[in-house]
Write a protein that binds this ligand. Structure first.
Ligand code: AP5
Length: 215
């Protein structure tokens, strides 16, 4: 199964992608996670990406194209993947088409998760992440067992720099301008399934599974 998740920042793409990859036994390929790991480790891609990510802007398409080509060519992605956060521009659709064409595979479905803006802002404002292993929490809807501390490794949780209020506004603007046209393009190809992202994560996951049955 080769799936793409798109949707505004904070709608719950990562939360749902992790659940889905656990049940489908395919890798979760999150371009945001790959960039943040590169930033932590100081790789060439991480150094190029930092100024864009921290400002809530998109990393240039040519950087993202190399990154996604390399990741999807790895053996663990041969039989399927859930791609979370790519493509995000119309130009990135062509990049993905080329990469998949070279690999001789096609996409099965593109899911777009949707939720009202006030819910998105609430989710991002309360998000806390583990800087050590990337686990994601929410102060209300998914709190850690001990406040402020990762359940798995005990590291102090942080807020992502791009979850600052003014950066959230920038990211929402970028999504409306550059990524909504991606959803429209996949709708024209008959690949898009819209999923209501409101309600608790279990309710959203149930809707996703129903969407998958149509694949
Ligand atoms: P990325 O990491 O992809 O960020 P994003 O798309 O903005 O998405 P988020 O990770 O913020 O949110 P999410 O939808 O995964 O929500 P989550 O599940 O965490 O990208 C970051 C940056 O990298 C970009 O801004 C850009 O600079 C760069 N980048 C990445 N890809 C790129 C590309 N292709 N091209 C160029 N640049 C690129 O949930 C959010 C919170 O809500 C959590 O706290 C969670 O616990 C909670 N929550 C989730 N679901 C629910 C629910 N149903 N009910 C209540 N709370 C919930």
């Amino acid at each position: 199964m080769r799936l793409v998740f798109i949707g505004p920042p904070g709608v719950g793409k990562g939360t749902q992608a992790v659940r889905l990859t656990d049940s489908l036994r395919v890798p979760h390929v999150s371009t945001g996670d790959i960039l943040r790991q590169g930033m932590r480790e100081g790789t060439a891609v991480g150094r190029k990406a930092r100024e864009f990510v921290d400002a809530g802007k998109l990393v240039p398409d040519e950087v993202m194209g190399d990154l996604i080509a390399e990741r999807l060519a790895k053996p663990d992605a041969r039989d399927g993947f859930v791609l979370d956060g790519f493509p995000r521009t119309v130009a990135q659709i062509s990049i993905l088409d080329d990469v998949l064409g070279r690999l001789g595979v096609v996409l099965d479905r593109v899911f777009v998760l949707v939720a009202p803006e006030q819910e998105i802002v609430r989710r991002l404002g309360g998000r806390r992440v583990c800087p050590q292993n990337g686990e994601v929490y929410h102060v209300e809807s998914h709190p850690p067992k001990s406040p402020g501390v990762c359940d798995s490794c005990g590291t102090a949780l942080i807020q992502r720099p791009d979850d600052a209020e003014e950066v959230i506004r920038e990211r929402l603007g970028v999504y409306a301008e550059l990524t909504e046209p991606v959803a429209s393009a996949y709708a024209e190809r008959g690949l898009l399934v819209e999923i209501d992202g409101t309600g608790d994560p279990d309710a959203v996951f149930e809707r996703l599974q129903q969407g998958l049955e149509e694949v």
